[in-house]
Design a protein. Structure first.
Length: 170
């Protein structure tokens, strides 16, 4: 009987050491997840833009604007932004007059996209563009400029095709 207990004791000792070692190994394998924090992109006023109503030639509204002129700026636009004030917008200025298409990839906030021709007249809209939607939103006609503002503002302000803009850089 003592041989049996001796073997049983050795077997229990082996399983105890094995289980402890296994648990220690598994405990060491766990890594705490590291949170990667990115800096939020903040608005930088680079100019001012006014919109004038076509029907009564009166100034309707003024926006503080960021200006996107380089290829990188026009490709990135308002991506990765969490908020934008109703008095702010982004003006895209293109080198050419052509059909342009926008999409909402990596854009967190819904936008109204206002397409403007080379004569600074509003020619079309894409209202309430949905965040993260990669569907192409075409100008429908050749344009030189695009103004992006918070979704719903175009209707709230009563903007319409034919209204004009003027802008200045700081």
């Amino acid at each position: 009987m003592s041989k049996f207990y001796s073997k049983l004791f050795k077997l229990l000792k082996f399983f105890t050491v094995f289980t402890f070692g296994f648990l220690m190994f598994m405990g060491c394998k766990k890594e705490s997840k590291k949170e990667i924090k990115t800096e939020s992109i903040t608005f930088t006023k680079e100019g001012e833009l006014s919109i004038t109503k076509v029907d009564n030639n009166s100034a309707l509204v003024q926006f503080d604007i960021e200006i996107a002129e380089t290829e990188y700026e026009t490709q990135t636009g308002l991506m990765y932004r969490d908020t934008m004030e109703d008095t702010q917008g982004m003006l895209f200025i293109f080198d050419d007059v052509a059909m342009h298409s926008f999409y909402m990839k990596n854009t967190h906030i819904p936008l109204d996209i206002i397409y403007i021709d080379e004569n600074l007249k509003i020619v079309s809209f894409q209202k309430n563009a949905k965040p993260f939607d990669e569907t192409g939103l075409s100008s429908g006609v050749p344009i030189k400029y695009v103004l992006e503002i918070n979704a719903g503002l175009s209707d709230k302000l009563g903007l319409s095709v034919g209204d004009s803009i003027s802008y200045s850089k700081l």
